[in-house]
Design a protein around this ligand. Structure first.
Ligand code: NAD
Length: 309
């Protein structure tokens, strides 16, 4: 049975940075082991055109890859690249045995289909967990790899120690990359999941019932104190740049942190919550993808050796 009790004025901050640092530390051993067997994980980050915020994500990914001992390479294509050219370039990365993971950075220009790119990455090299077969695995309750942000958000819920089976969870947002995979991950853990979105008639009616509220809407201050049940877990996935009076801007989530922190049992900050764990999960997916490729080639070798006997 889920146990969520009111802990008013005693919210527990879920520290995503510390959790991510532990994950990267743990990965170092796996990377060293793979490297010693000739399988050092090697990520390639693909960007199209110049987008400022993408540059920030890529720098952060590189930094974490280097900490874990993962090789990280960048390939930038001009905004004028055609979809066919990009798909051909991805195919060349698929067949290059030195590359073990491909990250397709978003956004891409409108003339390129994100779905086409996600499908083009070979499932064994899909470290973002966005290939249809990776998404399908979540539906089939194979939860080891999957979309990074979704896995990160659920992993932070687990740090509370709450029993997930039977937990009443509300997911605000139903995007392919965040909301839907989170709903599937949580259902696989036995939670009772309600998915809300921009057409939901009365969001507060749902969110107030929940033991845990996940929010990924891209709307600052969408969730306020009166929408949260005392003692509930609040996992804020939103990343929004908002202008400040003095002309600067700052990053906030979708949750009005100050008011919700007063009633929540646990809450993630933005920045410093889901974001850093997302990058750490990407690195973990990169290690798992490399282990799978190693096994794949070992099986192929065993088969061809047997065929020759
Ligand atoms: P999206 O635009 O694809 O989807 C937004 C979702 O929010 C939709 O399902 C929509 O129906 C819902 N929504 C919008 N307004 C709503 C409202 N008023 N009430 C209820 N639901 C509403 O966005 P996304 O790609 O899922 O991203 C959502 C947020 O998460 C963004 O702020 C994004 O920057 C952030 N994000 C963070 C990470 C991370 O690593 N922390 C990763 C991906 C996205």
């Amino acid at each position: 049975m889920a146990q969520v009790q009111a802990i008013s004025n005693d919210h527990k901050l879920i520290d995503g940075r510390a959790h991510a640092a532990r994950m990267i530390e743990d990965l170092k051993l796996d990377v060293r082991d793979l490297d010693s067997k000739g399988w050092r994980p090697h990520l390639i980050s693909v960007t199209v055109g110049e987008v400022d915020e993408v540059g920030l994500y890529v720098r952060n990914q590189r930094l974490n890859a280097e900490k874990a001992g993962i090789e990280f390479q960048e390939r930038n294509f001009p905004a004028s690249v055609t979809e066919a050219e990009l798909l051909a370039a991805i195919e060349s990365m698929n067949v290059d045995p030195r590359i073990t993971g491909i990250i397709m950075q978003r956004p891409v220009p409108n003339h390129i289909s994100v779905h086409a790119l996600q499908e083009a990455v070979h499932p064994l090299k899909d470290v973002e967990g966005m290939h249809p077969s990776s998404i399908g695995k979540i539906v089939y309750q194979n939860l080891e790899t999957g979309p990074c942000t979704a896995l990160a958000a659920v992993e932070l819920l687990k740090t509370t120690g709450l029993e997930l089976a039977g937990l009443e969870v509300v997911m605000v947002g139903h995007s392919e990359i965040v909301g839907k995979p989170i709903a599937f991950l949580l259902m696989a853990e036995g939670a009772t999941v309600t998915v809300c979105h921009h057409r939901t008639r009365n969001l507060a009616v749902h969110s107030r019932q929940a033991d845990a509220v996940f929010v990924a809407a891209g709307k600052p201050n969408l969730i306020t104190q009166e929408m949260i049940k005392p003692g509930a877990v609040v996992i804020d996935i939103g990343i929004n740049q908002v202008d400040q009076p003095e002309g600067k801007s700052k990053v906030v989530g979708d949750v009005d942190f100050a008011s919700c922190a007063d009633v929540a049992g646990w809450i993630t900050p933005v920045p410093g919550g889901v974001g850093p764990v997302t990058v750490a999960v990407l690195m973990r997916n990169a290690v798992i993808a490399t282990q799978r490729q190693k096994t794949h080639y070992e099986v192929l070798l065993a088969r061809s050796t047997k065929a020759l006997q």
